[in-house]
Design a protein around this ligand. Structure first.
Ligand code: 13P
Length: 260
């Protein structure tokens, strides 16, 4: 069975509730003819409920951008998986490089968050990716392998149907520098090999691996046409309905024709 192409918009720390509602509404209008590709919106926590109200009667998915692994308690400022679920979300981005870089997240905390998300019925979008220095030192494969093994440690093959992996080379995030389709495909292939070692081929073949890092309507087709690139995690270009729609419409066209 073909893997679905899924385009997720990571709005990062953008959009008030009014702005979020407006953007979600514009996206909803542009997505009415999307049947095969998947769309997920990841607004800030504060706008989850507002976006949910806007898209709840559509096929568009909703995700948070982070979570804490505890269920509840004295953890000022933190948000649990259950709270995210109760706001209407079905997904949560975990281990984004900005969280690793600015908020001290590690493979170990990422692993705890993924397990808590799964226990609460949320589908994690697990981010991995190397820095520019690591790429220049030729250790991309080692870095990404370590991140995948660390993040998914202890998961069962059956858990993997709920996991989306996002490969986001840090040097391509918000920089306008995209990995070439070949560079991205190479790492996606390596990730699938690691997933095969961990969970078996049948499971690994079904895991959606998104690419993230300066994805725009202009480069989406070439990236999404690669055999192991099954979607995109979009930052900047997801903040405007036109550019985000340009990407999911390309995904829809490719979905109709695509691959294993
Ligand atoms: P940009 O699309 O702005 O490069 O951001 C990518 C990203 O970090 C998505 O999570």
């Amino acid at each position: 069975m073909a893997r679905k192409i899924i385009i997720a918009g990571n709005w990062k720390m953008h959009k008030t509730n009014a702005e979020a509602r407006q953007l979600a509404n514009q996206i909803k209008m542009k997505a009415t003819d999307i049947r095969q590709a998947g769309i997920i919106l990841c607004p800030p926590f504060t706008a989850l409920a507002a976006v949910y109200e806007t898209i709840k009667d559509t096929g568009i998915g909703l995700g948070a951008q982070n979570m804490f692994w505890e269920k509840e308690g004295a953890f000022t400022g933190e948000i649990s998986a259950g709270m995210i679920k109760s706001a209407g979300a079905g997904y949560v981005i975990i281990g984004h490089s900005e969280r690793r870089q600015y908020f001290g997240e590690t493979d170990e905390t990422v692993n705890k968050k993924i397990k808590a998300a799964l226990e609460n019925g949320l589908n994690p979008i697990v981010c991995v990716g190397e820095s520019l220095q690591q790429r220049e030192e030729n250790i991309t494969r080692e870095v990404v392998t370590r991140q995948i093994k660390g993040a998914l440690d202890g998961l069962k093959p059956a858990d993997m149907q709920h996991i989306i992996v996002a490969y986001e080379p840090i040097w391509a995030i918000g920089t306008g520098k995209t990995a070439t389709p070949q560079q991205a495909e190479e790492v996606h292939g390596q990730i699938r090999t690691v997933l095969t070692e961990m969970f078996g081929q049948e499971v690994a073949e079904q895991v959606i691996i998104q690419y993230g890092g300066s994805v725009k309507p202009e480069n989406a087709r070439e990236l999404l046409s690669q055999p192991n690139i099954d979607g995109a995690l979009v930052g900047g270009a997801s903040l405007k309905a036109d550019s985000f729609a340009g990407i999911f419409q390309t995904a829809e066209q490719l979905s109709v024709s695509k691959k294993t």
